[in-house]
Write a protein that binds this ligand. Structure first.
Ligand code: GLA
Length: 406
C-alpha cells in the first residue's frame, strides 16, 4: 500500500503551486497577473448541521487550496478560466445576474455579483483558477474558490474587506446566485482559519477563537477519508433538513434551535410532533453541546479525549439527522474496529469525507483496513490523506523574479 499522502503544511512553502497559477494566467491571457490569492478547503472537526441553526462549529483549514491569479480589466468584462476545466466563461458585469453563468465559473462570477449587490463598485478582471481541493468530496472546494476570488477582488479594488465580511459575501453568492442554501461555516473556515488551530465559531454573531490543535505534538493524526461518493439526493435533502430545523424552532417559539439548552431538550421534544422534527432537534442540540465539550477538552490539552465525542457525533448524524450513508458508516465502523480514537462524517453528508482521529502509529493500518473493507464491498477505493491545520485565505508572496521573467 502506498504511504499516506500528507500535503505540504503551508502552501506558502509551495512556490511551484503559485508559479503554476502565474504561468497558467500568462498562457491564457498573454500578460502578467497583478497577484495570486489563495483560499483553502476545510474539514469540520465537529459541529455538523449546526451553522444554519445559529450554533457552534469547529472546522480547520486544509493545506489543499484554490489559487486565483488575477488582474483588473477596465472594460467591465469578467473572464474566467481554470486549470481544471476545459470550459471558461466571459461575461459583461452589466449582465451579471443569477443564472447568467453556470458550472464552476458560476462561483467566482457569483462573488463579483455579490460584491456589486453589496454596493461595491468593482470592475472587471481576468481570473485564472488552479486548485488541488478535491471537488465533490465535502471539503468545500466551492467555498475555497469563492473566498480566494473575494480576497483577490478586495485587494485589487482596494476594498480592504475583513475576512468575515468576505465569508458573508461568499455565502450570499452561494445562496442567492448559485442557489445553494448553505450556512456560513465553509466560507468562514476558508477565510478565517489559522495554521495549527481549529476555528471555534459561533455562527450567530460570527465571534470566533482559534483553538490550538497540535496533532503532531500529541503523536496523533487526523485522517481524512474521501469516500469518493456523492449521493444524488444531497441537495434536496440538505434543504429539507434545514427547513425541518427552522420549523422545529418556530413550533418551540425560538429564534433558532441554538436557543434550546440541553437541559430543556427532553421537555421540548414532547412539544414537537413525533418523528423527524424531534430527531432533527435532538441532533442539533446535542451537537452544539458536543462542540463545546470538544473545545473544552482541546483547551485542557486532552486531544485523545475528543475521540468518543466524534464517534457520538457520527451516530447522531446517522440515526437522528439521517445524513449519513453506507459508505461513510463503513469508514467509521471500520476505523473504530481498527483502533481509531474516534471518527465521524464531515460536511453536509450523503457521501463525501470522514475524519478519523488516530494514533500516528495506527494511521496507515486504519487507512488500509478501510481500503480493504471498501474492496470487499465492491466499491471504488477511498482516498485518504492526513489533515494538517493550515492557513485561511491570503495573498501569496509574488517575488519580482516571477513577476518580471518572460
Ligand atoms: C455543508 C454546508 C455548511 C454546513 C455543512 C453541515 O458543508 O455548506 O454550511 O451546513 O454542510 O454542517
Amino acid at each position: 500500500m502506498p504511504p499516506l499522502h500528507t500535503p505540504a503544511p503551508d502552501a506558502d512553502e509551495r512556490d511551484d503551486l503559485r508559479d503554476a497559477a502565474v504561468e497558467g494566467f500568462r498562457a491564457r491571457y498573454g500578460t502578467d497577473p497583478e497577484g495570486v490569492w489563495q483560499a483553502p478547503g476545510r474539514v469540520n472537526l465537529i459541529g455538523e448541521h449546526t451553522d444554519y441553526n445559529d450554533g457552534f462549529v469547529l472546522p480547520l483549514a486544509l493545506p489543499q487550496a484554490t489559487r486565483v491569479a488575477a488582474a483588473r480589466r477596465d472594460d467591465g468584462r469578467l473572464r474566467l478560466h481554470s486549470a481544471q476545466a476545459a470550459q471558461g466563461a466571459e461575461v459583461e458585469l452589466a449582465g451579471l445576474v443569477p443564472g447568467a453563468v453556470s458550472g464552476w465559473a458560476g462561483y467566482p462570477a457569483a462573488v463579483v455579483w455579490a460584491l456589486r449587490e453589496a454596493g461595491f463598485e468593482v470592475g472587471g478582471a481576468d481570473l485564472y483558477v488552479d486548485s488541488d481541493v478535491p471537488v465533490g468530496a465535502g471539503l468545500s472546494s466551492s467555498a475555497a474558490l469563492e473566498c480566494a476570488v473575494g480576497l483577490a477582488y478586495s485587494d485589487l479594488y482596494g476594498l480592504d474587506l475583513e475576512p468575515s465580511r468576505i465569508a458573508l459575501l461568499a455565502q450570499r453568492a452561494e445562496n442567492d446566485f448559485a442557489g445553494v442554501p448553505c450556512g456560513v461555516m465553509d466560507q468562514m473556515a476558508s477565510s478565517c482559519c489559522a495554521p495549527g488551530a481549529a476555528l471555534f465559531l459561533d455562527t450567530r454573531d460570527l465571534s470566533s477563537r482559534q483553538v490550538p490543535l497540535d496533532l503532531a505534538d500529541a503523536g496523533l493524526v487526523l485522517l481524512v477519508v474521501d469516500t469518493q461518493v456523492k449521493h444524488e439526493l444531497a441537495d434536496g435533502a440538505y434543504a429539507a433538513r434545514r427547513a425541518g430545523c427552522e420549523r422545529s424552532a418556530e413550533l418551540l417559539g425560538l429564534a433558532a434551535l441554538r436557543d434550546l439548552p440541553p437541559t430543556d431538550l427532553e421537555a421540548a421534544l414532547t412539544r414537537l410532533p413525533e418523528g423527524e422534527l424531534r430527531a432533527l432537534t435532538r441532533h442539533v442540540v446535542t451537537e452544539d453541546a458536543r462542540v463545546e465539550r470538544v473545545v473544552a477538552l482541546l483547551d485542557a490539552g486532552d486531544l485523545r479525549g475528543i475521540g468518543p465525542l466524534l464517534t457520538e457525533g457520527h451516530a447522531s448524524l446517522r440515526d437522528d439527522f439521517a445524513v449519513s450513508c453506507e459508505e461513510t458508516d463503513l469508514v467509521v465502523a471500520t476505523a473504530a474496529a481498527a483502533g481509531a480514537l474516534g471518527a465521524r462524517m464531515t460536511g453536509g453528508g450523503f457521501g463525501g469525507s470522514v475524519v478519523v482521529l488516530a494514533e500516528r502509529a495506527d494511521a496507515e493500518r486504519i487507512a488500509g483496513a478501510v481500503a480493504e473493507a471498501f474492496a470487499a464491498a465492491g466499491w471504488k477505493p477511498p482516498r485518504s490523506f492526513t489533515a494538517v491545520p493550515s492557513a485561511g485565505a491570503r495573498r501569496l508572496g509574488f517575488p519580482a523574479a516571477v513577476h518580471n521573467e518572460g
